[in-house]
Design a protein around this ligand. Structure first.
Ligand code: FNR
Length: 193
């Protein structure tokens, strides 16, 4: 069947530019014929990680729901802001909770990282730090990343990027990422025969 790709906007606020970038990436993924599951941090309510809570109550519903959505996908895309040159606490907290599940759902999955920020660097420093927990968990993080600078001004009315060069670069990044995932998923299927 077609590739299944979870596209995750990793910010809580309603008008988040990362949620908007996730929606745009979801459209580009869907244009390639893949099946998209668009998600946002707001869909997964979870408390701060607490080892006592884990022992007494198990994982919170929000973490289990995110685990399910990851498990049902061949690959995922995260669109995350950068907070203080690093991963926002809410995203790290979600990764920490989900990493406690067995089988651990980040393992061997392909991921593309994108970011949006009103700054000139577009949140790219945050993505480098996001690679650390994901690669630790065995995710195959795609070498190329896409960071959208000046994000409050970058979107056109229709949700695409106002700069056609940037829109093309994002389209190319998504399509190159999906070609790699497709080749790998097909290879794994052949190997299993
Ligand atoms: C920020 N912001 C920010 N931006 C950036 O480019 N580099 C940074 O290091 C930081 N640091 C930072 C820390 C904290 C605590 C906050 C709240 C914000 C600004 C951030 O990019 C901005 O709030 C974006 O709009 C967040 O993305 P969304 O909400 O539009 O998706």
């Amino acid at each position: 069947g077609p590739l299944r790709v979870l596209v995750f906007g990793a910010a809580l606020r309603a008008d988040s530019t990362n949620v908007r970038l996730a929606a745009l990436v979801a459209q580009l993924v869907s244009d390639t014929g893949a099946t998209v599951d668009l998600a946002a941090m707001r869909d997964f309510d979870m408390p701060l990680y607490d080892g006592d809570m884990e022992v007494t109550k198990g994982l919170p519903q929000g973490a289990l729901a995110l685990r399910d959505r990851l498990e049902q996908s061949d690959a995922f895309v995260i669109s995350s802001p950068e907070y203080n040159a690093s991963v926002p606490g809410v995203l790290k907290n979600a990764i920490d909770w989900v990493s406690r599940v067995r089988p651990q759902p980040f393992k061997t999955k392909h991921a593309l990282l994108v970011s949006a920020s009103p700054s000139l660097i577009g949140g790219n420093r945050g993505l480098w730090t996001l690679r650390i927990p994901l690669e630790h968990l065995g995710t195959r993080v795609y070498p190329d990343m896409f960071s959208l600078a000046d994000s409050y001004q970058a979107f056109a009315e229709d949700g695409t990027l106002a700069d056609p060069g940037l829109q093309q670069r994002l389209t190319d990044t998504v399509s190159a990422f999906l070609s790699l995932v497709e080749a790998d998923v097909r290879y794994v299927c052949l190997e299993r025969r």
